[in-house]
Structure formats: C-alpha cells, structure tokens
Design a protein around this ligand. Sequence first.
Ligand SMILES: *[C@@H]1O[C@H](CO)[C@@H](O)[C@H](O)[C@H]1NC(C)=O
Ligand SMILES: *[C@@H]1O[C@H](CO)[C@@H](O)[C@H](O)[C@H]1NC(C)=O
Ligand SMILES: *[C@@H]1O[C@H](CO)[C@@H](O)[C@H](O)[C@H]1NC(C)=O
Ligand SMILES: *[C@@H]1O[C@H](CO)[C@@H](O)[C@H](O)[C@H]1NC(C)=O
Ligand SMILES: *[C@@H]1O[C@H](CO)[C@@H](O)[C@H](O)[C@H]1NC(C)=O
Ligand SMILES: *[C@@H]1O[C@H](CO)[C@@H](O)[C@H](O)[C@H]1NC(C)=O
Ligand SMILES: *[C@@H]1O[C@H](CO)[C@@H](O)[C@H](O)[C@H]1NC(C)=O
Length: 660
Amino acid sequence: MVVTMKLLVFLVIVSIHAISMSLAQEGNQFVHYDFKKADLYVDGMATIEDGRLKLTNSSKRATGHAFHKSPINFTNTSFSFSTEFVFAIVPEESTSYGQGMAFLISPSIDLRYGAATSYLGIFNRTNDNKTENHILAVELDTNASSEALEESDNHVGIDINSIVSVYSADASYFDDTEGLRKRLVLASEKRIHIWIDYDGEHRVLNVTLAPLETPRPSLPLLSRFIDLSKIFKEQMYFGFSGSTGTIRSHQYILGWALAIGEKAQSLDVSKVLDLPRPPPNHLPLILAFATTTVFLIIACGFAYLYHQRRYAEVFEQWEKKYSPQRFSFRTLYKATKGFKENRVLGAGGFGKVYRGDLSDGTEIAVKRVSHGAEQGMQEYVSEIATMGRLGHRNLVQLRGYCRRKGELLLVYEYMPNGSLSDYLFGDNNLSWSQRVHIIKGVASALHYLHEGWEQVVLHRDIKASNILLDSNLNGKVGDFGLARFHDRGETLQPTRVVGTIGYMAPEIATLGVANELTDVYAFGALILEVVCGRRPLDLERSPEQRILVEWVVSFGRRGCLVDTVDSKLACNFTTEEAKLLLKLGMLCSQRDPENRPTMKDITEYLDKKKSMPNITFDIAEIGIPIVPLINNEMATTSHGTTSSFASFWYDTITVLFRGR
Ligand SMILES: *[C@@H]1O[C@H](CO)[C@@H](O)[C@H](O)[C@H]1NC(C)=O
Ligand SMILES: *[C@@H]1O[C@H](CO)[C@@H](O)[C@H](O)[C@H]1NC(C)=O
Ligand SMILES: *[C@@H]1O[C@H](CO)[C@@H](O)[C@H](O)[C@H]1NC(C)=O
Ligand SMILES: *[C@@H]1O[C@H](CO)[C@@H](O)[C@H](O)[C@H]1NC(C)=O
Ligand SMILES: *[C@@H]1O[C@H](CO)[C@@H](O)[C@H](O)[C@H]1NC(C)=O
Ligand SMILES: *[C@@H]1O[C@H](CO)[C@@H](O)[C@H](O)[C@H]1NC(C)=O
Ligand SMILES: *[C@@H]1O[C@H](CO)[C@@H](O)[C@H](O)[C@H]1NC(C)=O
C-alpha cells in the first residue's frame, strides 16, 4: 500500500515535470542567464558576447534587435504573461546618456525598418501611430526626444503602436524598507531588475523596477489598464530593441525569464552575469598611457632639439677635405665640461681659451673665436688646415678646428706653463739657460716658417705673449691668428697693417708692408725683452727708459751692454752669451730692413756656426718701434701690468692702421 502510494506520488511528480518541460519546450516559459544557450534571433548591432545579450555597439544612428525565435500563440488563451529581465546601460560619454532601449512584443520578428535614435528601432516616421503595428513596448528611455513628446531623459514608458508613450514615468522604485520611492538612473552602468506583468483577466499591465540587489518592490512603477486583446495578434514575438544616436550607449540584457499564462519563474540574481570588466574603463588607462607617451615624445623632441641646438655646427661642402682636422662640437663641449668658467685659461678681444681633456686623456686648449661674417672663412680654414700640417717642435701644434654659426673653435695642444710673457713678468724665475733655450727654440721655429715650407709663412705677431711654454719650458710659437702665407720673394701688401705695439717694425707704418724682415724685427724685440726682462715699450718708465732698444743702445755706446741684463738673474748668466744675444737683438732692430739678418743667419749666429757682423751703437741706425700718438692712459692698458693673470695669447693689443 505504502509502495503503491509512493509510486503514485512519483508518477505525479514525473508527469508535472513532463508538463512543465513541454511548456518550456513550446517556448511558453523560459529562463536565460547565458544567452548563448537561448534560441534568439538577432539583427543590426545586437550580438551575444560571452553569454550577454548586447543590443548596441559604438555605431552611430543604428539599431539592434533580439527576439525569442519561437512565437507565442495567444489562441484560446487569455493574454496573461509575466516576464522579468536584468539590463544595464553604459553610456560612452559621461556627459550624456545616449538613446534608450525597449522590451517589446511584436507580431513580426523583423523590425529592421525601425528607425534609430528616438524611435528606438521600433517604429519609423511613416508607420508610427498606426494600428497595423500591433506592437506593445515598454521603453527604457534615456533621452528626451521631441518626436516622442518626451520631457525626461530617464523615463519608463508604455508604448502602444507608437513611440509616443501612452503612459510614462520617471524611472524610480519603491523601497519597501523605507516605504518611499527612490530615483533610479537607467544609464547608470548598474544592473537594473525589471518586471513586466499582464493580468489578462483584469487587463492590467504592471511595470516594476529595482536595483539588482533590491528584492522586488511591492508597488509597481506603472500599473495601467490595457486591453491587449485589441492589440495583439494570435502569434506574437517577445524581444528587445535598442538604438543609438550621435551619442551612444552600450545596452546589455544579462538575464531573462518569461512565462505565458502564469507567473514567471523568479530570476536568481546570483546567476545574473556582471557587466564585462572593465568595459570602457580602459579609457582612462589608455588616456594616461597616451598622455605619458605624448609627453615622452615631446620631451624627447625637446631634448633632441636642445641637443641639436647645443651641439649645432656649421659644415660646408668645401670643408670635406679638412674633415680629419675637424672636431665635433660635442667632443669639445664634453672636453671642456661645457665651457665652464673655471676652465678659462685666458680671455681677450677674440673670445676665450679653455682647457679641455679629451676622452683619451690628451689635454687640449680650445680657443673660441667669435666672428661676424662668413666670408673669407674658406680661406681662413684652409690656412688653419695648412698650419695643422706645419710640424715643428717649437710651434704650438694646432690639432684641429670646429665651426659653428658665428663662431670658430681652434683646438691646440695644451701648454701647461702658459705664455712667456706671463712667465717672464710673473713670480717665476727663468734661469739664463732657460731663456737662451727659449730664444733658440723660437728662432728655430721662425726659420722653419720662413724657409722650411713650400710657402713663406709670416707670423706677423711675434711677441712674448704669443710664445707658449710647455712642461719642460720649451718655447713654442703660437697664435697664428694674423699669420699669412705667400709665395717666396713676394711682399705682402696688406690693406690693413697689423701687429703689436713695440714689436712692429717702423716700415710697417710708413710703407704698410710685411715680410720676413718685419718678423725678424719683432724677434729682435723679443730677444731684448727676454734678456733684459723688460717690455719693448714701457710708458710707465722715464722717457729715456721707455723704449727698450734705445735704452740698450745707450748702454752699448757706453760699453756696459751687459748691465742691461735682467736684474732678477743677479749675476747668474754667461757674459759672452749675453753680449751675443743683446747684439743680435740690436742687429734685428736695424732701421733699414736690408741690414737685418734673416732667420737662417740668426740660427747660425746662435749656434755659433757663423760670427756676427760688428754693430755700431748708432741710434740713427736703429729702427725705433712704432709708438703711436697715444696718451699715457691707453699705453698703460696696452702694456700695463694686467698680465698677472694667465692671459695666454690674449694680452695682444692689435693696432690697426686702416686705409694707409
Ligand atoms: C556594430 O554592429 C554592426 C552590425 O553588426 C557592425 O556592422 C558594426 O561594425 C559594429 N560597430 C562597431 C563599432 O563594432
Ligand atoms: C501556434 O498556432 C499555430 C496555428 O495557429 C500552430 O500551427 C502552432 O503549432 C502553434 N504553436 C505553438 C507553440 O503552440
Ligand atoms: C479555439 O476555441 C474555439 C472555441 O472557443 C475552437 O473552435 C477552436 O478550434 C480553438 N482553436 C484551437 C487552435 O484550439
Ligand atoms: C539626447 O540626444 C541628443 C541628440 O542625439 C543629444 O544632443 C542629447 O545630449 C541627448 N541627451 C541625453 C541626456 O542623452
Ligand atoms: C517604415 O516601416 C514600414 C513597415 O512597417 C516600411 O514599409 C516602411 O518602408 C518604413 N519607412 C521607412 C521610412 O523606413
Ligand atoms: C495617434 O493617432 C490617433 C488616431 O489614429 C490620434 O488621435 C492621436 O492624436 C495620434 N497621436 C499622435 C501622437 O500623433
Ligand atoms: C499590478 O499592480 C497592482 C497594484 O499594486 C496590483 O494590485 C496587481 O495585483 C498587480 N498585477 C500584477 C499582474 O502583478
């Protein structure tokens, strides 16, 4: 008996199951959490993505539809139905919501004629408000459109055959715990639960909303009397429609339950899918990344430009053949630590000279010469390049050059002991043998310049401050800034005469010429300067002592020539050598250039290979150096005691006799 009862109960349960199964199979009842498993018809923008039904994408003014494929037969039944679903609207822009979406019951599965934007993909201008539509829609509208006579951009409406809602209300829900209505933002990117129920017997349609986490409110948002028997056809399709305008939103259906003639099975909210993570949340990240990238690119650009500007050089086609002697500005910039002030060896009218260290450890001196015009540059650089090839141990080696806009940089070997002028008149004490050694070195260099090269190289600015001393106190001729090349036997006829007061032969002023013998005159002045330890022209002294040559001649006439030797030396010098050098200085200072020896003669006299001719200490025979009519103040600046700092090439006062 008990067994029979149990069997009966089992059979009843099985049959109930079978009935409900058949209902589900007939499409009169279903629950979907994963739309991949749902038998849906989709068109337009609508897609099923990872189990979610997505009605819209980023296309503008487009529509998307999704329908349950099997129609519902309302023949011989009341029109009762109940459905619930979870949706989420994700606007693309934070400032506006875009268009809305709708749940709809339609006799046709194909609503592709439905217009986008405010028609929500359901109706169009021609068929709107036509009874032939047989459509019931519940719109979830996020844009107040004039066509639909709407005023709210966050409303729920019941539409019958027209986009103009018959009933509508601002989206809200009844909070049962607090007993009051609360506003609900449809396009909030949050999941919203909606229930739509129709009681065919009482012909009441209820629409109820709530946030997903809130249980079904006891009061619906809309509850209206509608006779669906006058609207519906026998076969109706259940589905959704969504549309976009110029402003778009992504519309998702995340779960859906439907039942015909009875109450729908409640959706299990825990099974409802979340929104894809993170949907447009990539945007800030992408923006941040893009901003950083753009910033980096700009920064790199600036760095590049700065780099370009900082290391910019001028390089012309004709310079190609000099490229081995060319230094990059970058190299020089690094070598001098960015031309730091503490690297300045000396400064003058042309610019400054800096000490630098090349990466291989070589020490260099970089002279920065600013120049206005580019004309003559080619000639000048070619001379520099030629000078770079001049090789003599008593010439300051020019290692190369670099050109920038308005600037020329000359790279020389570094001379640690500075200029002879600074050394001689500084705190150091040059011994007699060192002095002789320096004079011999300079003589040898000048001999080489005048005769040891295919062209005659005139230095034109021989003076103590242009003689540089290396670590072993070897004298080296430097600063070829005024040097000129010319073919042998030719006399240079410069348009402007250059040189330094005290070292310039008288004929430079009177005839405006420069040749080897004007260099010899300057060398003579240098010999006297080194031996006597006095500048060729010293306007601070008494008139009879001002011009060194005159002063030495006066001693020679009195037969006490060696009394002119630098008192710093005390008596530590060789009288014979001193006499020879002083006489040689006199010989080089002859007024008549023809009476001066050549550099070849001079080296031979110094090496005692040849004996010097006798000289008369006749002041009329002596060429008095050019002493321009300058006042004492200017003279002081010219030859003043400013050389206490390492002026290295730069205590030059160049006198220009323009247009002579
Ligand atoms: C949106 O969907 C339509 C129809 O499937 C497609 O043609 C279009 O490329 C999609 N647009 C975007 C931006 O994904
Ligand atoms: C609906 O009704 C039609 C006849 O009008 C019938 O052919 C069809 O099988 C019915 N469908 C269902 C699901 O009852
Ligand atoms: C519907 O009911 C009517 C009578 O009320 C009957 O004549 C008709 O055959 C029924 N139709 C179906 C499809 O059951
Ligand atoms: C409604 O749509 C219009 C036109 O597409 C747009 O300018 C407006 O910002 C939208 N409003 C909202 C709230 O989305
Ligand atoms: C509007 O929809 C109807 C179908 O109901 C269609 O025949 C018509 O061509 C559509 N009109 C426009 C402008 O799309
Ligand atoms: C819709 O059509 C009916 C008559 O068919 C008319 O009374 C009503 O005003 C129309 N509504 C709109 C919004 O045009
Ligand atoms: C519709 O809402 C009203 C008012 O809350 C309620 O009395 C009625 O039972 C509801 N009907 C359905 C089918 O839910």
